[in-house]
Ligand binder design. Structure first.
Ligand SMILES: C[S@@+](CC[C@H](N)C(=O)[O-])C[C@H]1O[C@@H](n2cnc3c(N)ncnc32)[C@H](O)[C@@H]1O
Length: 199
């Protein structure tokens, strides 16, 4: 397992109001685009403390949250209740794929931490059921100033055409890219996209 870059950040992750607002926008955009229901099992990739996953968990049968950071998952598990919970899985699913299939995969602000995008999309495609979906939100192309420390960041956001080409080549269809939010920092704004696709 790689070093836990989120060990320090996990302690205060949920107190970032801009982060909480951004995940609310992502959750609303996913709910606008896809009809979720109580028989669905959804995988949240890079679930972190569950900011997105818990919103989606209200709408479906079960959310599984995968993450490589033990510290982030510990914070998530503190938030689990009998009424609303996420099953946390601490695993690098690109190296060691999950054997389970899901109705959909959601992800918030994690893709820029993934070095080999083709490997990621090839692996996760096998974990999505026929007619299932992916809904991935992250930064549009930026100049490397979004994070104050770029440790563990492999992409300074994403170019629409490049990312859509990769996922098409990995077997996804009905690909839609939409700008759903922007995050204001003192020096500039950063666009947030939602990339949706079907199997
Ligand atoms: C920027 S945080 C986002 C957390 C959460 N999705 C949110 O929006 O609050 C990125 C998360 O991705 C996780 N992560 C990084 N690389 C990963 C990988 N290869 N597999 C699974 N999770 C990963 C990190 O540990 C971290 O929890």
């Amino acid at each position: 397992m790689q070093k836990d870059h989120f060990e320090i950040k996990a302690k205060t992750w949920d107190s970032g109001s801009e982060r909480v607002e951004n995940t609310k926008s992502i959750s609303e955009a996913i709910l606008d685009r896809f009809t979720l229901h109580k028989e669905m099992e959804i995988l949240d990739f890079g679930v972190g403390t569950g900011l997105l996953g818990f919103e989606i968990a209200k709408e479906v049968k079960k959310v599984y949250g995968v993450d490589t950071s033990k510290s982030m998952l510990e914070k998530l598990e503190e938030k689990n209740t009998p009424e609303l919970s996420i099953e946390a899985i601490c695993q690098d699913i690109i190296q060691t794929p999950l054997e389970k299939n899901f109705d959909g995969l959601i992800s918030s602000m994690t893709l820029h931490h993934i070095e080999d995008l083709r490997a990621f999309f090839t692996v996760i495609r096998k974990n999505i059921k026929d007619n299932g979906f992916i809904a991935i939100a992250d930064l549009e192309s930026e100049d490397g100033t979004f994070h104050s420390d770029n440790t563990g960041v492999f992409h300074f956001g994403f170019d629409k055409d490049e990312l859509c080409t990769i996922i098409k080549e990995c077997g996804f269809k009905n690909i839609v890219w939409e700008r759903i939010n922007s995050i204001q920092k003192p020096h500039r704004d950063f666009g947030i996209f939602l990339l949706s696709a079907k199997i």
